[in-house]
Ligand binder design. Structure first.
Ligand code: ADP
Length: 218
């Protein structure tokens, strides 16, 4: 059982690796962005409250995020580990997490900007199940159709080069203090560096698992 947080810029492969680690390690993956998109679909008072923030790409206020996370974490079966994706994004959120559970490891994905831009411009996502594809490197079997569920694939409106550059900057500014926070707390890190565009997800995932094994976490 491992409790991990995965950090990586948009386009670092974070979502792809997390979903593979989920089945390989038998952990739950909690991606706060996905959780919010689900909540918005439900059209409840909470959904209406977070909608504006998510659509503008702004951080949802800490007290809301923390409550939503707490609820979601309570659903993890006991004895099962988890990987958090998209949380914490502020020190306040990191502190709140500490009160809920212990974090064993930080998985940090390091990817140069040019690779991120290449990848994200070709990214397509399933409307139905959220599976992620890439028109160049991770193609669906049938054009614009999800291999897993047959859903329609779409391109996120923020997956364009100009917006991507801005998102990388924002990511770095937001994440720096949080990584520093965990380093100071002496939480171990598993770093994975991507140096080529052709890095197959299986290799990345194997390397990450090796890192976790070295730390005797899996
Ligand atoms: P992105 O890769 O574009 O940042 P995510 O799927 O991780 O996308 O998140 C989508 C949106 O959900 C964010 O822009 C933000 O509005 C909200 N969100 C997700 N996680 C958090 C968080 N930990 N704190 C505040 N807002 C969050």
């Amino acid at each position: 059982m491992v409790n991990a947080i995965i950090f990586g810029a948009p386009g670092s492969g974070k979502g792809t690796y997390a979903s593979r680690l989920q089945s390989k390690l038998g952990v739950d993956v909690i991606a706060t962005g996905d959780v919010f998109r689900e909540i918005i679909k439900e059209d409840t008072p909470l959904g209406r409250k977070v909608k504006g923030y998510v659509e503008e790409g702004l951080l949802v206020p800490d007290e809301v995020v923390i409550e939503v996370l707490q609820e979601r974490m309570a659903k993890i079966p006991s004895g099962k580990g988890f990987i958090l994706d998209g949380y914490p994004r502020t020190i306040e959120q990191a502190k709140a997490l500490e009160k809920i559970t212990k974090i064993d490891v930080i998985i940090q994905l390091i990817v140069p900007d040019w690779i991120i831009i290449e990848r994200l411009s070709a990214r397509r996502i399933c409307r139905k199940c959220g599976e992620v594809y890439n028109l160049r490197y991770l193609k669906p079997r049938v054009d614009m159709v999800c291999d897993k569920c047959g859903g329609e694939l779409y391109q996120r409106s923020d997956d364009t080069p100009e917006v991507i550059k801005r998102r990388i900057k924002v990511y770095e500014q937001q994440t720096k203090p949080i990584l520093k926070y965990y380093r100071e707390k002496k939480v171990p890190f598993v770093e994975f560096k991507t140096e080529s565009l052709e890095m197959p997800p299986e290799v990345a995932v194997e390397e990450i698992i090796k890192g976790l094994q070295k730390l005797k976490l899996v």
